[in-house]
Design a protein. Sequence first.
Length: 434
Amino acid sequence: MAVKRSGRPGSVEGVPPRIVRPYRSADTRCAARQGGRCEVRASNAGSSSREGREGREGREGREGREGRACYHRGTSVDGLRGRLGDGRAGVRGPHWATNARRDPGGDDSVGGMTDAESVTLYREMAVFTGNAHRAFAEAVCRHLEMPLGRCEVFEFSNENTFVRFLDNIRDRDVFLIQPIASPVNTRLMELLIMIDAAKRASAGRITAVIPYFAYGRSDKKDQPRIPITARLVANFIEVAGADRVLTMDLHAGQIQGFFNIPVDELHAQPHLAEYFRSLNLPRPVVVATDVGGAKGARDVAERLNAELAIVDKRRTSNNEQAEALTMIGEVSDRDAIIIDDEILTGGTVASALELLRRHKARSIYVGTIHPLFAGPAFERLDTPDVSELVYTDTVPMAEGAFTSVSTHVLSVAPYFGDAIHRIHTGGSVGELFR
């Protein structure tokens, strides 16, 4: 039986012609957002030509980097600069927004703007916190002049943690503030579940703001058959879905290398040095509690134009006991400033106090960044031999009180607020260290 064909080539009467739709791969898709529009015309073979129009200024677009610069959020520098072809700026991605002026030229410009200008790579910023240190998160938001995001974080009766964001965070630049403080494992799980919840809520970018990073002392294998827990925690945070980490004064600098995502580490030594400078001590000497803390103590000493002394100590076991052996440096008849990155039980500082008393130091001040203050710390540090105890607010103050020693709290919340603003706008965090 002959098949009757219609006059149109390739068609059969009674059978609708097959409609061939243009192939659009992930690399050719493009979002229209914030006034920007990109039209993609593709042929059956998959080749395409792009015509775009840039965002809110409505300036005529230029040909540039292929679809990923438009589809994959436009977060990378390569995605913004459009280095393919003649290197002109490509089509802007869906998360691009800017309040910066345009720079007509220059190799250091990103998307037509200089690096020095403010560039926002995502939509609105959103800041949330768990149950670790809400007062600190509120202080950060006051500095940023924005409200703290609404979020439910609680435990069921079976000790399972539940997290729910009450605000829309789709495509937002989300910052989760959570120091891993006591109870450490509970606060760590809260942070991980918050990261996962934000990822599943389609957050544009997730930054874990961890003022105090626990397990920092477990950064190497110095005994047989022990873990490197700091690396394990870093893996947890990455796998949960964090895009970057903002923290302060890790116990060991190499912990940054445990992450495969960007890590911004802030330092509190400049703030400690500024406070001790305001005391106008006549003959200051900065004392490091061990060789490992000499770098931070040296930074304070240089800012105070003071000499440096180091306590030679050793740990005989894993029972948090330290034995101070000798003092390296001259402290007699001087105003000693003990600098330690964190104080847990106070054993190391107590040993340093005993050495300084034996070497007849005129006055003794103690400065620490992370005041964990567990166990006998209050008893050991609450002594008239200490003229003043200075610490920051990276962790909530433990239950306890000092009666004999005066204390002073240095808030680093504005410091974190400035860093968060610079991360959100694409500014330099390193400028804060100067």
